[in-house]
Write a protein that binds this ligand. Structure first.
Ligand SMILES: Nc1ncnc2c1ncn2[C@@H]1O[C@H](COP(=O)(O)OP(=O)(O)OP(=O)(O)O)[C@@H](O)[C@H]1O
Ligand SMILES: [Mg+2]
Length: 478
């Protein structure tokens, strides 16, 4: 027998048959083709081998004692979910073959078979196994990157949000996602897309707060050649890029009235007009917009067009602040620790005391603040166990005034001249330096800066504002 622990480039096959001669001749043929071949005389033996891992394809007889091929198939896919199975059936027992396929077999082959047919079916099965492994890897990575599998939280509030989200996603309705900063609005917008029929088409985010007004217009709607100085080529806008998919308009209240009317027209007519172009282009996009402001107040105070508000607000998804669902804190904290561990050679674990400490906090910065706290703690803590003192919290501001929506309290300016700097200040200084250096490198390309620093462009924008940093030569507004 072969050693099951070394990977085999051509694929590893397990041949299961209680008839010794048939099993041996099949194995010999496959070995001569360069495959690594394992053998088993019974279903039980086969399951033992499979549980060791590394088998890509199983070729099994249907009629065996005491465990038959169908039972083995059922148990095998539990032990090895990615395994491809080819069932060997006797001539004339096509119903059994069909039943095997229904139970998850990839293919079947009728005995007696020609060498050529066996080679062909095995190679095809292995090809399928490779494809499946690749797809699984991409799907896993994609979900991880886009947080689809990770809307963490089982509080009543989150469960209500998720069930509403899934229902809403299936319609094509425009969605307005409302919630304080850092609650997970972008994650929710991505989940809407992921649960919609548009999921195979692009999800295109645009952050209205991160781009200057003039740039925003041409970014979103595109422009004709020569529409303005520097427009050397015609360019499709993000609305067109999102055709067939979802356009996520983040921080939609941070836009000027002129832009808002253009956006309204796009929504009403399902078409865009590139800047400097007179003929409109038809588009099919679903709009998801988000804001962390009290948008009704913005409407009342005439900073946001009422007609656009009505257009956007067909369905509202409200993401509750973390302080209203503190029962999600343990699970979220665990989630972030796990993520930090995946990147670190020194895995950490949360102490019960630390969880309790965190649950007494009001999280003015919501989930993002928790995420940052955990990342910092994981990076800075000495021991394996994260303790309460590894999570320095700001004084609670929201606890008593619970229910107050909106404004995240600004960071208190501290006089550092007469005392040692606090950890928060040290971190802020480090942030300032990191951002300033990245700005030096990428200049006005804030997308690149955000990517390099692994923060959202909103976070980058907010931090820059708070730290009073500007891109070199940048002329954006405050
Ligand atoms: N329910 C959740 N489960 C797991 N991670 C979450 C959850 N909610 C938020 N996060 C994480 O917290 C961070 C902030 O989320 P997100 O960017 O979606 O918030 P936001 O509401 O769009 O914030 P802002 O208003 O600042 O743009 C992200 O890193 C996100 O992955
Ligand atoms: Mg956001």
């Amino acid at each position: 027998m072969n050693d099951a622990s070394t990977p085999s480039p051509r694929g590893r096959i397990l041949v299961v048959d209680d008839q010794r001669n048939l099993r041996a001749s099949t194995a010999i043929l496959l070995r001569s083709e360069g495959y690594s071949v394992l053998e088993a005389a019974t279903g039980e033996e086969a399951l033992m081998t499979l549980s060791g891992g590394g088998v890509d394809l199983m070729l099994t007889d249907l009629k065996m004692e005491p465990m038959d091929g169908l039972t083995l198939l059922k148990k095998a896919v539990e032990v090895a979910p990615r395994l491809q199975v080819i069932m060997m059936t006797a001539f004339g027992s096509i119903e059994n073959a069909v039943e095997a396929m229904r139970q998850g077999a990839y293919d079947y082959i009728t005995k007696p078979f020609k060498d050529r047919e066996l080679r062909y079916r095995v190679e095809r099965g292995l090809e399928q196994a490779r494809l499946r492994a690749t797809v699984d890897m991409f799907v896993g990575e994609f979900n991880e990157r886009h947080g689809l599998s990770s809307l963490v939280g089982r509080s009543t509030a989150m469960r209500e949000l998720t069930s509403r989200l899934v229902r809403v996603a299936q319609s094509d309705a425009t969605v307005l996602v409302q919630g304080e900063s850092g609650t997970g609005k972008e994650l929710v917008a991505r989940a809407v897309h992921a649960h919609s029929r548009r999921k195979v088409k692009p999800f295109v985010p645009v952050n209205c707060a991160a781009i200057s007004e003039t740039l925003l217009e041409s970014e979103l709607f595109g422009h004709a050649k020569g529409a303005f100085t520097g427009a050397v080529r015609a360019r499709r806008g993000l609305v067109e890029e999102a055709d067939g998919g979802t356009l996520f308009i983040d921080e939609v209240t941070e836009t000027a009235p002129a832009f808002q009317s253009k956006l309204l027209r796009t929504l009403q007519e399902g078409e865009v007009r590139r800047v400097g172009e007179s003929t409109p282009v038809k588009v099919d996009v679903r709009i998801v917009a988000a804001t962390n402001r009290d948008i009704e107040l913005e409407v009342r105070e005439k900073r946001f067009r009422q007609d656009l508000y009505y257009r956007l607000n067909v369905v509202t998804l409200r993401v509750p602040p973390l302080r209203e669902r503190l029962e999600d804190v343990p699970e979220l904290a665990e989630h972030f620790v796990k993520r930090a561990n995946a990147r670190s050679p020194k895995p950490k674990r949360l102490s019960a005391a630390a969880v309790e400490h965190l649950m007494g906090y009001s999280f003015p910065g919501n989930v993002r603040e928790l995420e940052n706290l955990v990342e910092q703690a994981a990076a800075l803590a000495e021991g394996e166990e994260l303790l309460p003192e590894d999570f320095p919290l700001r004084p609670n501001t929201h606890m008593e005034a619970s229910g107050a929506v909106g404004a995240t309290p600004s960071v208190v300016a501290l006089d550092t001249s007469t005392r040692m700097p606090t950890l928060a200040e040290v971190v802020e200084e480090a942030e300032r330096r990191a951002i300033a250096q990245a700005l030096e490198r990428h200049g006005l390309d804030l997308g690149r800066v955000a990517e390099e620093l692994a923060v959202s462009s909103t976070t980058l924008w907010r931090k820059m504002k708070r730290l009073n940093l500007r891109p070199p030569g940048g002329d954006h507004r405050d």
